[in-house]
Design a protein around this ligand. Structure first.
Ligand code: COA
Length: 256
């Protein structure tokens, strides 16, 4: 960790900055390995993580120099590293906010999609341009994109390799909010701050339940939600939250 990604901790908030601006933060193997380490560390040390990029890009995709060296066996190994990394990110026990400062292309767009909340600068640009290289997205792009924007729009983006701006990304549901470039981190921190006020346990369980909606049939998901919902009634935080409401004071959550 450190050469490709800067990671800093500010109270309960972790901020990971992809820091290879001269290559538009292209996600080479070294970056992926560092990102895995950052995720492990963040899960242990903070309660919300923001991921952003330095310079003009969030991340301009897989490193095309590395792609050219691959045969099918190496491609399978590499895509395993990428898909497992983004699955790990999606399953992380803490919420992750993508603060998308610029280009989020290919693996960069896939990285943003594996995060929980996506805030974009008005300068951000999105796309899955792999088709231009005669390949396809290989880190979840063909699966997460339709779940966010619908199958029709996902097909259009993946089949044409079209690059869209932040306003279009907002309109199709690829990002949750677009803000002035200079206000991006302020906005991401503001959202993180709101989550940090909540019970960490409830936040963790809420994320688990929401993620299940993407991986389970509806009725199974509803049953899973019911079991998680009832589990939370064993927590001190839930009692504290309800008491504080009735006593008209701010709750003091402890995370159990
Ligand atoms: N892999 C490796 N290097 C990359 C890269 C990538 N995905 N994206 C950008 N870079 C490098 C460029 O090669 C260039 O390096 P150099 O200065 O040593 O020549 C540097 O980053 C700056 O990029 P450049 O193309 O000069 O900037 P630009 O403003 O003209 O164009 C983009 C910006 C994002 C449109 C363009 O870089 C691009 O199309 N990148 C590839 C996106 C892509 O196909 N991603 C999916 C890969 S599967």
């Amino acid at each position: 960790m450190g050469e490709r990604i800067k990671f800093e901790v500010d109270g309960g908030l972790g901020i990971a900055v992809l820091s290879r601006p001269e290559k538009l933060n292209a996600l080479d193997v070294k970056t992926r390995i560092e990102l895995k380490e950052v995720l492990e560390q963040a899960e242990k040390s903070v309660r919300v993580l923001i991921i952003t990029g330095s310079g003009r890009a969030f991340a301009a995709g897989a490193d095309i120099n590395e792609l050219l060296q691959r045969d099918p066996v190496k491609a399978l190994e590499a895509t395993k590293l990428g898909t497992e990394l983004f699955n790990r990110l999606e399953d992380l026990e803490i919420p992750v906010i993508a603060a998308i400062n610029g280009y989020a292309l290919g693996g960069g767009c896939e990285l943003a999609m594996a995060c929980d909340i996506r805030i974009a600068s008005e300068k951000a640009k999105f796309g899955q341009p792999e088709i231009n290289l005669a390949i396809i997205p290989g880190a979840g792009g063909t699966q997460r994109l339709p779940r966010l924007v619908g199958l029709g729009m996902a097909k259009r983006l993946v089949l044409t390799g079209e690059i869209i701006d932040a306003r279009t990304a907002l309109r199709i549901g690829l990002v949750d909010e677009v803000v002035e470039h200079d206000r991006l981190m302020e906005k991401a921190r503001e959202i993180a701050g709101r989550i940090l006020e909540k019970s960490p346990l409830a936040v963790k369980i809420a994320k688990k339940a929401l993620n299940a909606s993407m991986n389970m049939p509806l009725r199974d998901g509803i049953r899973y939600e019911a079991s998680l919902f009832s589990l939370l009634f064993s927590s001190e935080d839930a009692k504290e939250g309800m008491r504080a409401f009735l006593e008209k004071r701010k709750p003091e959550f402890r995370g159990w």
